[in-house]
Design a binder for this molecule. Structure first.
Ligand SMILES: [Zn+2]
Length: 378
């Protein structure tokens, strides 16, 4: 389709809106538009320039596309909808008949629009998590808004600077609104929060803590199993997941397994019991009673003669103040974990990301809950 501006008609200046006569035309440009019937449709136009008394010679705005776009706004809108519907770039690319570069371009612009329109007011509880990309060799730090289950931004690496960069992008007054930050017991993140959000409470994520305890139980199992095997005893064979699964989710088989093992005086049984007991901490309402509980638990854990358990217990005691903040805020990174699984899906569909920027854009596009459509498409 070729579009022309009637020569005799005046057009308005893109800066001030005052009408002026047409001065000349730029060279022809093209925009991919929505298909007509089953046919790919390209819009062609030589955009006229006006000569404004105040602003000089300027190209006029076209109503069908944003500045410097190779697509009409309606096509971009469709592309965004298809991408969100497919949740993967490869499928959307196929359906739309565009190149990889074009997909990236559309996503990048969409995210830019979304970030510019987003209001950061009212974000009070955030979560920070790390995520590997490029087959696990490199890390990214992901900041999410826990109340609205959306990713706020992504930074390279998992250093103190990574998180500082993300907080630094927020306007000061909005940063001060943040009351609690859910993070793992990871020093660089702790330092960044202390430095940039001194008023906010750090809440060490209970799922991370459960993971550490689970790993300790597994280490106990491994070494005990090795010792038993030397004596030709196979009691612990095939029990790995029994000790790592929440008893509420045990299969009948696992319940039976547990029944047979529980009275054998196993080290791993003791480690497991200590881990399970710890989860009672989250049920307390008052900090003082929770502290008393922890004291008792700590004594048991450190006198268990189970080194991996004692080590985790010491780490927990060191961070106890920021663990007990959970009782006040009741937040976890579970939301972030939900986002994580979405990112995981996205990653496998894209077969990894070649660079950080593409990774960041994709996360914000799919998990940012942004308002990304071009204005002219409405
Ligand atoms: Zn003007």
């Amino acid at each position: 389709m070729w579009v022309e501006w009637p020569l005799e008609r005046q057009a308005s200046c893109p800066e001030c809106g005052v009408d002026s006569a047409i001065y000349d035309h730029r060279e022809e440009r093209q925009w991919r538009h929505l298909d007509t019937m089953q046919f790919q449709t390209i819009l062609h136009c030589r955009i006229p320039r006006i000569n404004c008394a105040e602003h000089g010679v300027k190209s006029i705005d076209v109503p069908w596309a944003e500045k410097n776009s190779r697509f009409t706004a309606l096509f971009e809108r469709l592309a965004i909808e298809v991408l969100l519907g497919c949740q993967t770039q490869s499928k959307a690319r196929e359906l739309l008949g565009v190149s990889w570069d074009e997909v990236h371009l559309i996503m990048e612009k969409a995210v830019d629009r979304g970030l510019q329109r987003r209001s950061e007011a009212g974000i009070t509880r955030v979560g920070v998590d790390e995520k590997s990309f490029l087959k696990g060799h490199r890390y990214a730090t992901i900041l999410s808004d826990l109340d609205n289950a959306r990713v706020l931004d992504v930074a390279r690496d998992r250093k103190e600077e990574s998180l500082a960069e993300l907080f630094g992008k927020m306007p000061e007054e909005q940063r001060q609104e943040i009351a609690a930050v859910a993070i793992d017991m990871w020093e660089p993140y702790i330092n960044a929060v202390v430095e940039l959000l001194p008023e906010a409470d750090i809440v060490h994520d209970k799922f991370h803590i459960a993971k550490y305890l689970g790993e300790a139980v597994d280490r106990v199992r491994k070494s005990e199993h090795k010792g038993l095997k030397k004596e030709g005893v196979e009691t612990l064979k095939g029990t790995k997941y029994l000790w790592l699964t929440n008893p509420k989710n045990w299969s009948d088989e696992q319940k039976q397994q547990f029944k047979e093992l529980k009275d054998k005086g196993l080290q791993v049984g003791r480690a497991w019991a200590i881990k399970e007991l710890f989860s009672n901490l989250w049920e307390y309402n008052y900090e003082k009673s929770a502290r008393n509980f922890f004291k008792k638990w700590f004594w048991w854990a450190t006198h268990s003669r189970l080194k991996p358990i004692a080590e985790v217990a010491k780490t927990l005691r060191r961070h106890l103040d920021n663990i007990l903040t959970y009782l006040k805020h009741r937040i976890t990174n579970a939301v972030a974990e939900g986002i994580n699984s979405k990112i995981q899906q996205m990653k496998s569909a894209a077969r990894g990301f070649r660079n950080f920027e593409n990774y960041r854009i994709a996360i914000l596009f799919f998990c940012g809950k942004l308002d990304m459509y071009p204005q002219k498409s409405q």
